[in-house]
Design a protein around this ligand. Structure first.
Ligand code: LLP
Length: 426
């Protein structure tokens, strides 16, 4: 986070609070949310896309406090399950500012979304179009929908995160004609209100050329729909996926730079196709919440393995950050409770789970005097860490504490063994 610094003793601080104070109050492992940082990221996106809608992708991390913050900062919210919708509504997110995603929304979820009056539903299959059409007819409502289009772009990112190449479960294929057929079905039935097209090409993307190709292809479909049915769809959503810096090697664009490039592309294409520029929206998750959070762990053991490397075990691991094990993601770690002049040694920060793939940071230079009781901070853990956390090995999930100035408040409490046992009713 921007406001994380070290005090004169070399101890990490966030807001006006020292890390040792936070861990004394809340224990470890601990997710620390720098609220000012989160708010300033929201503002940067709002400012860069001033005439557009920015939907925070709640899958990255969602809780009521974060919903309230992003709502206050003028963002919209993208949810992709009944559970995420429930959190949004519990935090009084205005329903008209919610977009509802998912490739297999149930009748119960769609019904709830309609009853709540969500602003838009992004439809993903013919089955869903039929289901939603029937539900809307029964209720006499006219939900606004976008069509999720699979544009055939392979963004340069991990295979499991890339979502827009053709052979995958999301959306309607552009090349095969399914996307156009979906648009015609909705327009011809005239029960749902077709507002526009949607494309999300992947996650942790640095290269904007993927957005360029995707915008070109969806706008071509937009022109095809106009030519066939005389309708110009008023909206276009280009998804999320903006990359963040996990290590010093990553060099992400600012929202302002992204906005400039994307606008240029969209405006150029619209001119060429003689389309009015649609109202744009985006769905950044990681870029909003990722850098605003870091995890603090306590070191439990330090083991030198045959002079090869030092294994530093912390009190969490793959249950609070699965991304290293699952995607080979890169993180960094830093000694958080003190400064050290000891020489740097090559270390691997590992968790406490019963498998050898339980790695938090694969390679990191830590001071040679790192020892049990030290605190390690792993930055950039706001996105897809707490939200993908598990109870593997019956390890309770860590809390999230929001810090602002002198104030620290628990926004998600620590799970307890009683919580886990409460589910075990056998
Ligand atoms: N919009 C849609 C339709 C999405 O599917 C996603 C992410 C986003 C927006 C937000 O993407 P972001 O701006 O956060 O990159 N668990 C993986 C990431 C999965 C992303 C899924 N969809 C990870 O830990 O990297």
């Amino acid at each position: 986070p921007r406001t994380v610094t070290r005090d004169e003793d070399g101890e990490l601080t966030v807001g006006n609070l020292r890390i040792g104070v936070l861990t004394k109050m809340f224990g470890t492992p601990l997710f620390v949310l720098d609220e000012d940082d989160l708010r300033s990221r929201c503002r940067d996106f709002r400012a860069a896309f001033a005439d557009e809608d920015v939907y925070y992708a709640g899958k990255a991390f969602l809780c009521k406090a974060v919903v309230r913050i992003i709502a206050e900062e003028g963002l919209h919210l993208d949810v992709c399950s009944g559970g995420e919708l429930a959190v949004a509504l519990a935090a009084d997110m205005p329903a008209e500012r919610i977009g509802f995603h998912g490739n297999n929304k149930s009748v119960a979820e769609l019904t709830r979304a309609l009853d709540a009056g969500v602003g838009r539903i992004i439809v993903d299959s013919f089955d869903e179009i039929d289901r939603l059409t029937e539900l809307a007819r029964e209720r006499g409502v006219r939900p606004r929908v976008l069509i999720r289009v699979t544009v055939g772009v392979e963004a340069h990112t991990h295979e499991f995160i890339a979502t827009s190449h053709e052979d995958q479960k999301f959306g309607f294929s552009l090349a095969g004609g399914a996307a156009a057929a979906a648009a015609f079905r909705i327009l011809d039935d005239n029960v749902l209100e077709l507002r526009g097209l949607h494309s999300h090409i992947g996650s942790q993307i640095f290269d904007t050329s993927g957005f360029e190709v995707s915008a070109r292809r969806v706008l071509a479909l937009q022109a095809q729909i106009r030519d066939a049915r005389g309708v110009e769809l008023p909206e276009l959503d280009l998804g999320g996926g903006f990359g963040i810096a996990y290590t010093t090697q990553d060099d992400p664009s600012t929202p302002h730079e992204l906005s400039k490039r994307i606008h240029k592309i969209v405006e150029g294409e619209c001119e060429g196709l003689r389309l009015a520029k649609p109202h744009l929206s985006f769905e950044p998750g990681r870029a909003i919440i990722g850098p605003a959070v870091f995890t603090v762990y306590e070191v439990g053991t330090v083991k030198d393995v045959d002079g090869l490397r030092t294994y530093v075990s912390v009190d969490g691991g793959m249950s609070d950050n699965i991304r290293t094990a699952l995607y080979g993601a890169s993180y960094s770690a830093t000694l958080a409770n003190r400064a050290s002049d000891a020489e740097p040694i090559l270390a691997r920060v590992v968790g406490k789970h019963c498998e050898s793939g339980d790695v938090v940071v694969k390679d990191e230079f830590l001071p040679a005097d790192v020892q049990p009781g030290d605190l390690l901070a792993v930055p950039g853990t706001g996105a897809y860490c707490r939200s993908m956390a598990s109870n593997y090995n019956h390890v309770p999930r860590p809390p999230v504490v929001a810090v602002r100035g002198d104030e620290a408040r628990v926004i998600v409490r620590r799970e307890t063994e009683d919580d886990l046992l409460a589910l075990d009713v056998g």
